[in-house]
Design a protein around this ligand. Structure first.
Ligand SMILES: C[S@@+](CC[C@H](N)C(=O)[O-])C[C@H]1O[C@@H](n2cnc3c(N)ncnc32)[C@H](O)[C@@H]1O
Length: 216
C-alpha cells in the first residue's frame, strides 16, 4: 500500500508526460469528456465555467471549447504539463492551466459551474477531502462530473502487463485508494447532500460515470 505520493514521482515520469502531451496535440479526448461537455451545455447553456481537476495539459478543453464553455481552468501537479498546455492554448483566453497539488486543497479565486474529475480520485489518498474541497468551490446548482476506472465496482488496480500505458504513474499510484463505487455514491448523497443525476458504467472499458448536482 502506497502511503504518500511525492510530486517528484509525477514530475519524473517522462513516459506519462509524453503520453499526455500527445493526447493534447493529437486531440485525443475521452468519450466521457464529450459527454461532460455536451451535458454541461445542455444543463447550463452558454458561458459556464469549468474546473478540470488533474487536467494534465488540458486536452479535455478540445471538447469543452466546442460546447459553450466560457472559461476552462485545468489544474495539475505536473508543472511540465502545465507549461505545455499554456503554450498550446496561448491564443485562447478562455483556457488556462495552473499548477496545484489538489491533495492539499483547491485554491481558486472563484466558484465554478462544473468540476470534472476524470481518473483522478483514485490517485489521491484522502479522496473524501478532495471531493469536499471541490464541493466548496462549486456554485449552487452546479455539477461535479466523474469518470473512474473500475472493475466490479472497485477502482481498478493497474498492472504493468495489462496497462496500455508504459508509465510508472499508472502502475504505482492508480490503485491505492481502492474505493468502492457504492461508497462514492453514498458519500455524495449522504455526506455532501447532493443529487446524483447520472450514474452508469460504460460498456467495454469499465469506466464509471457520475454527474452529481449541488442543491440550489
Ligand atoms: C490518469 S491522469 C488523468 C488525466 C485527465 N484527467 C484525463 O482524464 O485524461 C491523472 C492526472 O491527475 C494528476 N494528479 C494526480 N495527483 C494529483 C494531485 N495531487 N494534484 C494535482 N493533480 C494530480 C496527474 O498529474 C495526472 O495528470
Amino acid at each position: 500500500m502506497v502511503e504518500k505520493i511525492n510530486r517528484e514521482d509525477w514530475e519524473n515520469d517522462f513516459n506519462f508526460i509524453q503520453l499526455y502531451t500527445k493526447k493534447l496535440k493529437d486531440k485525443i479526448v475521452w468519450p466521457e469528456h464529450w459527454t461532460e461537455a455536451k451535458l454541461s451545455q445542455n444543463l447550463l447553456g452558454e458561458g459556464y465555467k469549468v474546473l478540470d481537476v488533474g487536467a494534465s495539459a488540458g486536452h479535455a478543453y478540445h471538447a469543452f471549447k466546442e460546447h459553450g464553455c466560457g472559461y476552462y481552468l485545468g489544474v495539475d501537479i505536473i508543472e511540465k504539463l502545465i507549461d505545455i498546455g499554456n503554450e498550446y492554448w496561448k491564443d485562447d483566453d478562455r483556457c488556462e492551466l495552473k499548477w496545484m497539488d489538489v491533495a492539499k486543497g483547491i485554491e481558486v479565486d472563484e466558484a465554478f459551474d462544473v468540476i470534472i474529475l476524470n481518473t483522478v480520485i483514485a490517485h489521491v489518498i484522502d479522496w473524501k477531502k478532495l471531493l469536499r474541497d471541490c464541493n466548496s468551490v462549486l456554485k449552487r446548482g452546479g455539477y461535479i462530473m466523474i469518470r473512474e476506472s473500475v472493475t466490479k465496482g472497485e477502482t481498478k488496480r493497474w498492472a504493468k502487463k495489462e496497462s496500455a500505458y508504459n508509465d510508472n504513474v499508472h502502475y504505482f499510484t492508480h490503485w491505492y485508494t481502492n474505493f468502492n463505487i457504492d461508497e462514492l455514491r453514498e458519500f455524495f448523497t449522504k455526506d455532501l447532500d447532493m443529487n446524483v443525476v447520472k450514474d452508469h458504467i460504460n460498456p467495454g472499458p469499465n469506466y464509471w460515470f457520475f454527474a452529481i448536482r449541488k442543491k440550489e
